[in-house]
Ligand binder design. Structure first.
Ligand SMILES: Cc1cc2nc3c(=O)[nH]c(=O)nc-3n(C[C@H](O)[C@H](O)[C@H](O)COP(=O)(O)O)c2cc1C
Length: 533
């Protein structure tokens, strides 16, 4: 039997409660049910960029459980208050009951093995830019006049994947999560019968926390070159009824040509932490080298010669454990290549990475973490395996402070790149601002230009809740500096005009470069603030 429990909302329990008010309608009779969404369908917010609204339309169907069967009710009419009327016929023995589960859209897969469950399908069709499905569910409620109503709630979240520079021959997009998200597992495919240079795809997925999504555009079932992307910068919390936006994937310039890439393999996380800091400090793209088959915890048993890590490291030097090849493009000028020392050397997956992506003629700087071993023998093995690369002396970076890492980057001639700039304009005065190099800032930048009606708080900040949520990874910064632009929670944009110590947690969006005059410009009230690129 397929194991689908992760992605199902079991509604069977609801069907067994409240069995009073059995509908007196008899077999063969046509029944009408009024259905009203708890919030209108159009209220699934897309963070203000539009393109995601929809409403009841001809052909819509709801599924209702009656007498142990899933019945199909068809859309008949709608009222201006958002209520729609659906009609169906009761088969013999089926009675509509108070509390019976109702789901929209109708999906026979929702009714399996005698129980009603809400299933996220593994395939959808998309006929236009604003066309997407969402799962809704509720229960029937018998009215005193014998009619029935149901109020439907969102039953999952929507993940929005945006591409720009989309090739004309794309015919599908595939999303793969790090856990089950649909009836057949971890992957959902949306087939497209339309094309534009910039395309948004809306994937209905169960709410929850995700560590990683992989996406790719397809043509005839094969991945279109340069379209595969792993989204794993931060833990992503997707909530019911809201659209989670990820930074746009630019196919036109997938390689970030001329830039710096920090690519890192890490087993227990030490080297990855260093890689993240290097990426933050340099503004460089961050990429995790991920083996197709993860190394199990037993590989931590350093002296156990039966482990996979031991066998690979002491086996033939030509071993190339498979990796997930999801790095888009290969136009980077400089690669900072991070890995842990395994038995004195670089793990073999690092060689697989260098075999997969051609860095000949490019500058590659290795960095490591280790228990105590230095980098030299690992570096020289890499050097002789890839003589076409312009290798620079690497370093062991265990326990380096952020300042020390910044200094190391400086010694390599890698200075802070700002991923993009932003202007913040209030009451006729404009301030330059830098955006942080994180998925929150990138998603925020996607919303620009944007004007927010901000509210005053505590004599030190102005804030505004966005209508949708942004990726977030809140942490306590310890101190707020005047000019900080932060995200509180996952949707509240805050500009601080005073400096002070804080115990609250935020995700950084950016920083106003020179905040002099900011406080005066923001004033004491609730200003309208424009953010532009
Ligand atoms: C299989 C294995 C072999 C290791 N071999 C060495 C070694 O030869 N020398 C050393 O100093 N540390 C060695 N270590 C320790 C790791 O290099 C060190 O813990 C490193 O920081 C782990 O980085 P990571 O958390 O990014 O995986 C080994 C660890 C493992 C799991």
């Amino acid at each position: 039997m397929k194991k689908i429990s992760l992605i199902l909302f079991t509604l069977a329990a609801l069907a067994t409660s409240c069995r009073q008010n059995v509908n007196p309608s008899s077999y063969g009779e046509s029944i009408s049910i009024a259905v009203a969404p708890a919030v209108t369908k159009a209220a699934i917010s897309d963070g203000g960029s539009g393109g995601a609204s929809f409403s009841w339309s001809a052909g819509d169907e709801i599924g209702v459980v009656a007498g142990g069967q899933l019945l199909r009710f068809s859309f008949k009419s709608r009222k201006s208050d958002g209520t729609a009327s659906f009609e169906g016929t009761l088969p013999q023995g089926a009675l509509l009951e108070n509390g019976a589960p109702v789901a929209y859209p109708y999906n026979p897969a929702d009714f399996a093995g005698g129980a009603f469950k809400l299933v996220f399908p593994s395939e959808y069709e998309s006929a236009g830019a604003s066309d997407f499905s969402h799962r809704w569910s509720g229960t029937l409620s018998a009215q005193t006049d014998g009619s029935f109503r149901s109020v439907l709630e969102h039953s999952g979240a929507i993940l929005r994947i945006s591409y720009t520079g989309v090739p004309a021959d794309v015919d599908a997009v595939r999303l793969t999560a790090d856990k089950n998200i649909c009836d057949s597992g971890r992957s959902i495919t949306i087939r497209t019968s339309w094309h534009s240079d910039a395309m948004d795809f809306y994937f209905p997925v169960p709410e929850g926390e995700y560590g990683k999504f992989e996406v790719a555009l397809l043509k005839g079932g094969s991945t279109i070159e340069g379209s595969a992307k792993t989204l794993d910068n931060t833990a992503m919390r997707l909530s019911r009824g809201s659209i989670y936006r990820t930074p746009a994937i630019n196919m036109a310039a997938p390689s970030q040509g001329g830039g710096v890439l920090v690519a890192c393999f890490s087993f227990t996380g030490n080297t990855w932490t260093v890689a993240q800091t290097l990426s933050e400090l340099s503004g460089a793209e961050l990429y995790r080298i991920t083996p197709s088959v993860a190394y199990g915890d037993e590989n931590n048993s350093y002296y156990d010669s039966s482990t996979r890590a031991y066998q690979e490291q002491y086996g033939p030097a030509t071993a190339r454990p498979e990796i997930q090849a999801t790095l888009g493009g290969n136009g980077y000028d400089t690669l900072l290549l991070g890995f842990p020392i395994w038995y004195g050397k670089a793990p073999r997956v690092v060689f697989t990475f260098l075999d997969t992506y051609d860095f000949s003629g490019k500058t590659v700087v290795p960095f490591i973490t280790s228990g105590s071993t230095g980098i030299s023998s690992a570096a020289s093995e890499l050097r002789s395996a890839y003589p076409g690369i312009n290798w620079k002396t690497g370093e062991r970076l265990n326990g380096r402070s952020s300042a020390a890492l910044e200094e190391w980057l400086g010694s390599l001639g890698i200075n802070k790149q700002t991923t993009s700039d932003m202007t913040v304009t209030v009451n006729g005065k404009s301030f330059g601002a830098t955006l942080a190099d994180n998925s929150t800032a990138r998603a925020f930048a996607e919303l620009l230009p944007m004007t927010l009606d901000m509210e005053e708080l505590n004599g030190n900040e102005k804030y505004c809740y966005l209508s949708g949520s942004l990726p977030s990874a809140p942490a306590n910064p310890g101190r707020i500096e005047e000019g900080d632009i932060m995200l509180y929670g996952n949707s509240c944009v805050v500009i601080f005009y005073e400096s002070f110590n804080t115990s609250y947690s935020y995700t950084r969006i950016g920083k106003i470069t020179d905040p002099s005059g900011l406080k005066a410009a923001l004033g004491s009230g609730n200003p309208s603030v424009s953010f532009g690129r």
